[in-house]
Each structure stands twice: as structure tokens, then as C-alpha cells.
Design a protein around this ligand. Structure first.
Ligand SMILES: [Zn+2]
Length: 302
């Protein structure tokens, strides 16, 4: 019986393996095509960019502008440690215009690495911010403060953190803060009218539900998405819960490169390409807002 059925079995197996092969070929053919078709192709607003002291020699102005231009980045939030890097970008009016990049300057709170851990209680930092505001930049007045870090959310209650939040609210400056969710509550309590951009939207992996609750609680809070754990799955596509959050609040998020070390400059184009890939998982109008429109609206860039 088994011998009699053998030819039939074999032919069925052959058919089955033929089908499997066809499906595999289809999948191989379709996956790069799918990624290519779906990637977001419009302009990008890099809402979290540093041009720090150590980046400027290996990546001079022409190099960083070339990377932005090749990536379709049309505007940047520029800040640096110390603020000279931002001044350099802001002063290069012709070069930035030629590259099609608008510079939105922010005041960084750090003169050096030591300032990362003490700025919130250091009155000389507040004075430096006032001096920088008075000085302005060749690209116009500073538009924001940050990025600053609070590794312990209790320091959000430090005197300088409080003063800077209130200054931001008074002068209409945007604040870019690398903090946890507890510090978001604290900073917003100091200045409920302040426009706060949450760098990384919780780099420690704040649960999506908590992010959603904070966005609903503070209408002026926005999230920048570099380094956000869980944003994408292993293949670089948006995870289901983040896709739902971004679709629900598509006016509240921006993308960023966070070029905090030179390696991030080295891979700048790749980082922007990764963003384009997951942006492609959103409806086109919402992708464009997160990629460009929200930053453009926040800073009045056309
Ligand atoms: Zn950063």
C-alpha cells in the first residue's frame, strides 16, 4: 500500500516544495520592494542635533551639511557643548542656505562635561543662558534651551531647573529635556505654560500608557523619538503600540538624530534612513507631520 502510494506522495511533496519555493521567492522579492515603496520620502526636521566641540574637526561644516542635504534634512534644532558649535552653524548663512538647511538655535547649558551633573543647582548656568539670549546668533535669536539632562528626577526641583522653566515660559522658548517621566511632571509644575520637548520620549522605556497620559495631561508637551526603546521591532518597523500612539497624537512627535558622539555623525544618513523606514508605516499625512510639519509649526519654519 505504501509502495503503491509512493509516486503520488512524491508528486505531492514536489508540488508542495515548489509552492514553498515560489512563496519564498515572492517574499524575497516583495520585502525590499515593500520597504522602498513605503519609506517616507518628504523633508525631515531633525529636532535633536548636537554639533559638539569634538565633532567639529572630524566633521567640519561642509561635511555635516552634506550629510543633512543627502538625508533630505531641511531644518535642525542645533545645540552644542559649548555653544560655539551652534554659533558656527548659525553663522554659516550662505552654506546652510546652499544646503537647504534651516538652523533653529538652542542654548545648551553645558560649557564642559562637568556641567551635565551640576547645572540644575549652579547659578552661573542661569547667568550664561541670560548672556547667550542677549547675544543671540547670526541666524536670529535663540529659540530654545537644551538639550539638558536630569539623571535623577529629584534634581528637576533644583533652583536653576525651576528658573529656566519659568524663563522659557516667559520668553516663549522651547525646552529640550532628557529626563524621566517623573521629571516631566516636576518641570511642567514649575511652568505649566512652557513648551517642553521630551528628548527620546523616555529613554528608560517609560510605558506607552504613561507617555499617552502625560501627553493628554500637558497639551504643550511634545516627544522627540531618537533612542526610544520599543519604538520599532527587530526589523525596523514601528511596533503596534507605538504606531497606535503616533497615530493618535501625530501632532505631538518629532524625529531626531541625537549626534551626541561622533559615531552618530558617521552614521547620520543611516539614522535618517531608519526614521524614513518606520515613518513609512504611518498614513502619509501623519508621517509628514512627525517627519517635518510639527517641527516646522513649532518654530515657524516654512
Ligand atoms: Zn542629545
Amino acid at each position: 500500500m505504501s509502495i503503491a502510494r509512493l509516486p503520488e506522495c512524491r508528486s505531492w511533496r514536489q508540488r508542495r516544495s515548489g509552492l514553498a519555493l515560489s512563496l519564498l521567492l515572492l517574499a524575497l522579492a516583495a520585502s525590499p520592494l515593500r520597504a522602498q515603496q513605503q519609506a517616507y520620502v518628504g523633508p525631515l526636521f531633525d529636532a535633536h542635533l548636537h554639533y559638539n566641540e569634538e565633532a567639529q574637526q572630524p566633521h567640519p561644516l561642509a561635511d555635516v551639511l552634506g550629510r543633512m542635504q543627502r538625508s533630505g534634512v531641511r531644518a535642525i534644532v542645533a545645540n552644542s557643548r559649548p555653544n560655539d558649535g551652534t554659533q558656527t552653524l548659525a553663522a554659516a548663512r550662505e552654506a546652510t542656505a546652499a544646503a537647504g538647511v534651516r538652523v533653529v538655535p538652542f542654548i545648551r547649558l553645558y560649557r564642559n562635561r562637568a556641567d551635565y551633573n551640576s547645572w540644575f543647582a549652579d547659578p552661573s548656568i542661569y547667568q550664561m543662558v541670560l548672556d547667550e539670549l542677549k547675544r543671540g546668533t547670526p541666524a536670529g535669536p535663540y529659540r530654545g534651551i537644551g538639550e539638558f539632562h536630569l539623571y535623577d528626577s529629584a534634581n528637576a526641583d533644583g533652583p536653576v531647573a525651576r528658573q529656566l522653566m519659568q524663563l522659557a515660559a516667559e520668553r516663549g522658548l522651547v525646552v529640550l529635556a532628557h529626563v524621566d517621566d517623573v521629571a516631566i511632571d516636576k518641570l511642567m509644575t514649575h511652568a505649566p505654560q512652557a513648551r517642553l520637548v521630551w528628548a527620546h520620549t523616555g529613554i528608560g522605556g517609560t510605558p506607552v500608557e504613561r507617555v499617552r497620559a502625560l501627553l493628554q495631561r500637558y497639551p504643550a508637551l511634545m516627544g522627540e523619538l531618537s533612542y526610544r526603546p520599543g519604538l520599532t521591532d527587530g526589523s525596523g518597523r514601528l511596533s503596534a503600540d507605538w504606531r497606535a500612539l503616533l497615530m493618535q497624537h501625530s501632532t505631538r512627535f518629532m524625529i531626531g538624530s541625537d549626534t551626541w558622539v561622533n559615531q552618530r555623525w558617521q552614521y547620520y544618513e543611516g539614522l535618517m534612513q531608519e526614521a524614513r523606514a518606520w515613518l513609512g508605516d504611518l498614513p502619509p499625512e501623519q508621517a509628514r507631520r512627525i517627519a517635518w510639519g510639527n517641527g516646522a509649526a513649532l518654530f515657524g519654519v516654512e
